[in-house]
Design a protein around this ligand. Structure first.
Ligand SMILES: Nc1ncnc2c1ncn2[C@@H]1O[C@H](COP(=O)(O)OP(=O)(O)OP(=O)(O)O)[C@@H](O)[C@H]1O
Ligand SMILES: [Mg+2]
Length: 144
């Protein structure tokens, strides 16, 4: 995913506690060439990292209202051409651009996760198709 994201892309991570949202973000950061370690941003709210593109990482876990989400100024970040990755995005879905990529992460077991990619808009559909082509096909996995 980190190899596929481009300027202004919005990736919304949706999944319960400890499902792997920060880990997924770290993977994107790695592919973007971010050398700082991306940590959980529950207290910082918006983390900014420099890589091939700027990466902005926010965690809405502690936010209680849509107004608080709006105050983060995430729109500006998108317009500045960074990649925006949001944990607990379900807390503020309506505050994000209508076109975005939702990644739903499910905990299936200690070492097993299931990811659903839900693209909103043609651009993100193309990203998901490209992602499917990059990954080896394995039994039990579906791309459609
Ligand atoms: N794809 C994965 N497969 C197996 N284990 C994973 C995967 N992703 C993350 N983990 C493990 O799950 C644990 C929680 O990961 P992580 O902190 O990324 O979750 P989170 O969704 O960000 O949690 P929180 O809700 O607290 O923000 C870590 O121990 C991590 O190593
Ligand atoms: Mg996290």
């Amino acid at each position: 995913m980190g190899r596929l994201v481009g300027r202004g892309d919005v990736i919304l991570l949706i999944g319960g506690l400890g499902t792997g949202k920060t880990c997924f973000t770290q993977g994107i950061a790695h592919a973007l060439g971010v050398t700082d370690y991306v940590t959980s941003v529950s207290f910082v709210l918006l983390g900014e990292y420099q890589g091939r593109l700027p990466l902005y990482h926010a965690d809405l876990f502690r936010l209680d209202s849509l107004e608080e989400v709006a105050e983060l100024g995430l729109d500006d970040v998108v317009y500045q051409g960074g990649v925006l990755v949001i944990e607990w995005a379900e807390k503020g879905l309506s505050a994000f651009p209508r076109e975005h990529l939702q990644v739903h992460i499910e905990y299936l077991g200690e070492h097993i996760r299931r990811l659903f990619f839900v693209p909103q808009g043609e651009h993100y559909r193309e990203v998901v198709v490209a992602l499917g082509k990059m990954l080896p096909e394995r039994e039990g996995e579906r791309w459609n």
